[in-house]
Design a protein around this ligand. Structure first.
Ligand code: HEC
Length: 184
């Protein structure tokens, strides 16, 4: 009886282990190239559900939101008191994109807001929320960005409201209160 229970227990444990690891991991264990591919696929999945392209596509906030995948937004964000920030080109282009950044640089920027030059990204980029990413998921996101085709699309840097070179989303003052109806 005891040995039968043990057999059931070990079968359950084995099933649990398989469910956690999944067939893809078994395949990856056998082949380091497969691990890299799984990481890029995981990064692509994360980029899609974390909505990177909702801001960083050329077409973000336009009628063609899918256009120019992660090649840099053409519509900026005003952060009151800070200025206007355009979502940069995230492809590995060495000048227009983040091709000179290491995967570690990307992980640091996405999780702590710190760029390699030390500037802290404005909250227009939701890095406060992304600070909760696990090491594995942050590395997968960086691997995915590195796998994109480099795009030469240039995005303006941060700017003051007065000097902003392209359209931006802004925080409008409240509309004036409607005029009082004349007393009857
Ligand atoms: C709500 C819009 C928005 C979303 C969603 C968003 N970003 Fe950003 N991101 C920005 C803006 C705007 C900036 C520029 C902020 C600044 O310059 O202070 C930025 C900056 C960055 C930078 C720094 C690049 C550089 O050249 O300085 C990286 C890296 C980045 N985002 C990656 C991502 C990734 C990866 C995702 C998805 C997981 C993502 N962003 C989602 C708006 C967004």
């Amino acid at each position: 009886m005891i040995s039968r229970n043990l057999a059931i227990l070990s079968a359950l444990l084995l099933t649990g282990a398989c469910n956690r690891a999944g067939p893809d991991s078994a395949q990856a264990d056998a082949n380091p190239g497969a691990i890299a591919k799984l990481s890029v696929e995981r990064g692509q999945y994360l980029a899609s559900i974390m909505d990177c392209s909702g801001c960083h596509n050329i077409g973000s906030f336009s009628p063609k939101p899918e256009e120019g995948h992660l090649q840099g937004g053409t519509i900026g964000f005003e952060v009151p008191g800070m200025g206007v920030f355009y979502p940069p080109n995230l492809t590995p282009h060495p000048d227009a994109g983040i091709g000179k950044w290491s995967e570690r640089d990307i992980v640091t920027a996405v999780r702590t807001g710190r760029r390699p030059d030390g500037r802290i990204l404005s909250p227009a980029m939701p890095w406060h929320a992304y600070s909760h990413l696990t090491d594995e998921d942050a590395a997968a996101l960086a691997a995915y960005l590195k796998s994109l085709p480099p795009s030469p699309h240039v995005v303006p840097g941060p700017s003051s409201k007065e000097m902003a070179p392209q359209p931006y989303l802004t925080v409008a003052p409240p509309a004036k209160a409607p005029a009082q109806a004349p007393a009857a």
